[in-house]
Design a protein. Structure first.
Length: 296
């Protein structure tokens, strides 16, 4: 397949590009600075205004671009988080509109933040009502922008990412740092849920969704066994062979991180029901074996 992708130089996107290339596909990565990257036999870096007529037949479009959630959430940062996702999606819509033959599938990023924060609820893709906080607004705005593609009759998937675990990128290095410094421990009471997934399972599920025509609509990109923060930290400290003695007060994170603290002090229990229904096999369904692989 020929595949267009935004966000292909980011954390999840770069891993997904490698998976697609290894499976024999050609990826056209849209980036603001294509000249800073070197094309290969299977990867072409193009600009956001690249002429559609110069592209071959495009079979699939993947939309993962967006300002990082990490960093102090000033009003400017919040605007960038939303606008970057909307603008990248709108560019892809315009490109697709110019194609004589439309792609068969459009896979757009989203997040389990769609469901809002809760400690006593279980969310699956059947949950229709979004939350009412900032992260829920980001997810719903992103999905609503991409919904236009669905109206064109293109199979559209909204990949709702949980916490993606990787040794060097994403949230895990931030969570592991205080543990490595012997000051790690649960956050507040530690009752908040962490719905996580190993980066390898994340990428394999994305690919499975892309090629399996039964996938459409929202799909939760999480492992089937979420853990509360206190239990997650317990597994992490055991894996790293560090003590688990200190509790980090929630108010301290609120002071230092601003509204971004909710990424750490709050959470939700999210199940990947569609993946389970489609018999997707998770290589790392439990945190113990996921972290053992990450830190091997």
């Amino acid at each position: 397949m020929n595949i267009i992708m935004t966000g292909g130089t980011g954390f999840i996107g770069s891993h997904f590009v490698n998976k697609l290339v290894n499976e024999g596909h050609h990826v056209y990565v849209i980036t603001r600075y294509p000249r800073t990257h070197k094309d290969t036999e299977s990867i072409s870096y193009i600009s956001f205004d690249y002429p559609v007529k110069r592209l071959p037949l495009i079979h699939a479009v993947v939309n993962l671009a967006g300002e990082s959630l990490f960093g102090y959430w000033s009003d400017k940062k919040k605007d960038a988080i939303i606008s970057s996702r909307v603008q990248a999606t709108e560019v892809l819509i315009q490109m697709i509109m110019q194609m004589e033959e439309k792609p068969k599938v459009f896979l757009s990023g989203s997040a389990i933040g769609y469901y809002g924060m809760a400690s006593d609820l279980i969310f699956t893709e059947a949950t229709k009502r979004p939350g009412n906080d900032f992260l829920a607004n980001v997810a719903t705005t992103w999905e609503n922008t991409a919904y236009y593609i669905e109206d064109l009759g293109i199979r559209t998937i909204y990949a709702r990412f949980g916490v993606v675990l990787d040794k060097n990128e994403g949230a895990l290095p931030l969570m592991a740092l205080p543990v490595k410094l012997f000051i790690g421990g649960k956050i507040g009471k530690g009752d908040q849920w962490i719905s996580w997934i190993h980066i390898k399972d994340c990428v394999h599920l994305l690919y499975y969704m892309l090629i399996e025509p039964s996938f459409h609509g929202p799909v939760n990109i999480t492992a089937p066994h979420p853990l509360r923060n206190k239990d997650f930290i317990n597994v992490l400290t055991k894996t790293l062979r560090k003590p688990n003695m200190i509790t980090t007060p929630s108010f301290l994170l609120e002071l230092t991180l601003g509204d971004m603290h909710q990424l750490i002090t709050s959470g939700q229990y999210v199940l990947p029901q569609k993946a389970l229904d489609q018999q997707f096999t998770f290589a790392y369904p439990y945190l113990e074996n996921a972290l053992a692989d990450v830190y091997q």
